[in-house]
Design a protein around this ligand. Structure first.
Ligand code: 6R9
Length: 653
């Protein structure tokens, strides 16, 4: 493999494309699910009919007639007349051919193991669906799931899908306040949570967070179901409308619930993500379009086959865990690995040990994890037999060529394609990636758009920019996995995402990007002020407004460094508390208001924040300081003298 001129900066390149193209390994192409280049042409000439390829991977209760209804654009409706049930597609339809195959392999934090065959999953999902019904849940009621990575989470998601109740999964690490906001915004009065969960040796109390959230809600919950995760028996206090999950499910074991036929455009779930204004947005996903797109990409981009053991390392509380940890693999009838632990516990070999032990074929993770693996060193993967691996995936942020190559060589042994998949909570499924059996890979650039996806990189006036010029990434044709709307309504949906152009509607991704002459896209990061921390999108507004609640703090600016960690720059009143106390209070405030993911790596006190003439904090400059980069143009600064001061404070620590 060639060297990269940009490796010293660690920035993704995508520029020296010719030298860095890597063809798919021939051994891989031979068995790839998709290896015909013609697929690109078909999707162009037969768009949107071509998308029936994806929809036809599902079992429909009522067949669809129309592929795409554009009459109310940009509210697009995919496969509108069709009806189907997502749980039926992920569970029931596999019973005939593979009821004894493993659907889920769960590895708990304390090395517990649990496996579910498709038949086991069928029984559990039915019992859970019957239990939800008995709790009064009807079609279209939103059920909130506030659970860590335990089997009850996918079981409950599928149980909701079975009865047509959209789920609203809230990442278990988020705070009581975050849970309450997401529940009330979704108008959800049913909660499934657990007593607590382990992080390393420590047990965390989840139920008390759920209790606190309830106190903040403007209404009373109809029912709370509590999973016992900590002990052999549930010991937390249960209120009047609170139920022990095990007892509840046991009472319904053996019952079957007919899967509810849902309209293709009916909501399968809602998922909250950060918005530009700091208010979370409730992204709603459809049943038919979403599941079609997710299933097709799991097959053609991640190359998952029914007989595979596949491990998506993302938390289910994130969209990646929904699409590629639960729905995609189960719709294909494969074995999905669910891992509750962290990659360095009990030691730094953990991931490689599990891949070897379970003979994992396809592994999908995020650059932040790959960077940790690199830091720990190649000796760890080298100690394990990773020959079962066939394909590696990455998602969540840009991967540098150096990290890409490390993953390719030291994990994939130079024989597994690496797919750098770009997509968003809103897109539901992958939009940009190389097709591993067809296209060459370019380390540092995500792929070209998938067949059927069209994009345009534009300037601030909406004009397309030249190749290699940075601009705003927009998607110019609808796609089946696209969000169906926002809980906050049509106006916000329009405002946040859509722009009318001469050729129709363009979806604004909020990412900066550049495209090379082969159509490969290099993502340059968010254009709004959102930080990706541990795969959670947090807005700078949300973090900063929390910090300034601490007594004595006057102003705060928050950036992500090049490892995706939060660095907070804070100014204090001169007469205020000492720095150590302030530091502790800021940390406490962030953790209690937003959750442990919001804990900053560093808090830097500075007399002033760098501001533009219009008074906007120059976060990009702070980011450069935090990452140790060269500063760009600082001529727009009102107070350039603070730059050197902040920079030396950062470097002296
Ligand atoms: C799936 C997911 C979306 C944002 C997105 C972009 C960043 C995701 C990426 C990537 C560069 C990739 N992002 N994949 N950036 N290369 N392969 O991550 O959803 O949590 O909604 O985040 O993540 O900035 O706009 P979500």
């Amino acid at each position: 493999m060639t060297d990269h001129a940009d490796d010293r900066t660690g920035q993704p390149s995508g520029l020296d494309s010719e030298e860095t193209k890597i063809d798919p390994p021939p051994g891989f192409v031979e068995t790839a699910n998709l290896s015909e280049r013609a697929v690109f042409d078909e999707f162009v000439t037969e768009w949107p009919t071509c998308w029936s390829t994806a929809a036809d991977r599902l079992d429909w209760e009522t067949p669809y007639e129309t592929i795409l209804d554009q009459s109310d654009a940009p509210r697009y409706r995919w496969f509108p007349e069709g009806t189907l049930n997502a749980a039926y597609n992920c569970v029931d339809r596999h019973l005939e051919t593979r009821k004894n195959q493993l659907a889920l392999t769960w590895i708990g934090k304390r090395d517990e193991r649990e496996v579910y065959t498709y038949l086991d999953l069928y029984r559990e999902v039915n019992a859970a669906a019957a239990a939800l019904r008995a709790q009064g849940v009807s079609e279209d009621d939103v059920v909130t799931l506030y659970l860590p990575m335990i089997p009850q989470l996918p079981i409950m998601m599928l149980a909701c899908a079975r009865i047509g109740a959209p789920h609203n999964v809230v990442f278990a690490g988020l705070s009581a306040e975050a849970l309450a906001t997401r529940m009330s915004a979704a108008d959800s009065s049913l909660l499934v949570t657990c007593d607590g969960y382990y992080r390393r040796e420590t047990a965390f109390n989840q139920k008390s967070k759920a209790d606190n959230a309830q106190l903040r809600l403007p209404y009373e919950l109809e029912s709370v179901i509590v999973v016992d995760r900590l002990g052999t028996e549930l010991t937390v206090h249960l209120g009047e409308r609170e139920h022990d999950y095990d007892k509840l499910i046991s009472a319904h074991r053996g019952e079957t619930v007919t899967p509810v036929a849902r309209q293709s455009t009916d909501r399968l779930f809602v998922m909250y993500t950060s918005g530009t204004t700091g208010e979370p947005k409730g992204v709603e996903h459809s049943t038919g379009g979403y599941l079609s797109h997710v299933t097709w990409t799991t097959e053609s981009v991640l190359d998952v086959k029914p007989e595979d053991t596949y491990w998506c390392a993302a938390d289910i509380g994130w969209i990646t865990g929904h699409s590629y940890g639960v729905y995609g693999p189960l719709a294909l009838g494969t074995t999905s690995v669910l891992y509750e632990g962290t990659p360095d516990y009990p030691d730094r070999s953990r991931v490689w040990e599990l891949i070897e032990q379970y003979a994992v074929n396809v592994f999908y993770t995020a650059p932040t994890a790959i960077r940790s693996f690199m830091k720990w060193g190649e000796a760890y993967p080298a100690q394990h037999d990773l020959s079962s691996l066939r394909l590696l995936g990455t998602v969540g942020e840009a991967i540098t060529p150096r990290a890409w190559e490390w993953y390719y060589e030291h994990v994939g042994g130079g024989e597994c394609p690496v797919v750098d998949t770009w997509w968003q909570t809103e897109t539901g499924a992958i939009l940009l990636a190389t097709l591993p059996g067809v296209s060459a890979m370019k380390p540092g650039a995500s792929g070209p758009p998938l067949p059927g996806i069209e994009l345009s990189v534009i300037d601030e006036f909406g004009e397309p920019v030249a190749p290699y010029e940075p601009g705003y990434l927009t998607i110019t044709k609808p796609w089946p996995g696209m969000l169906q709307g926002l809980r906050e309504g049509n106006d916000r949906y329009h405002r946040e995402y859509w722009q009318e152009t001469d050729t129709g509607w363009a979806y604004k991704t909020g990412d900066g990007a550049l495209v090379d002459e082969d159509g490969y896209v290099t993502i340059l990061g968010r254009v709004d002020d959102v930080i990706n921390v541990q795969a959670q999108r947090l807005t700078t507004t949300e973090l900063e407004s929390t910090i300034v609640e601490v007594d004595g703090v006057t102003e705060a600016a928050v950036v992500g460094d090049d490892s995706g960690l939060i660095i907070a720059f804070v100014t204090m009143k001169s007469t205020a508390i000492d720095e150590l106390t302030a530091r502790n209070r800021i940390r406490e405030q962030l953790v209690s208001t937003i959750g442990s993911v919001a804990e900053p790596e560093r808090i830097i006190f500075t007399p002033e924040l760098p501001k533009t003439r219009s008074g906007k904090i120059m976060r990009r400059l702070l980011e450069d300081i935090a990452c140790g980069n060269e500063f760009g143009d600082i001529s727009a600064l009102r107070n350039p003298e603070v730059v050197g001061e902040i920079d030396s404070t950062v470097r002296n620590k």
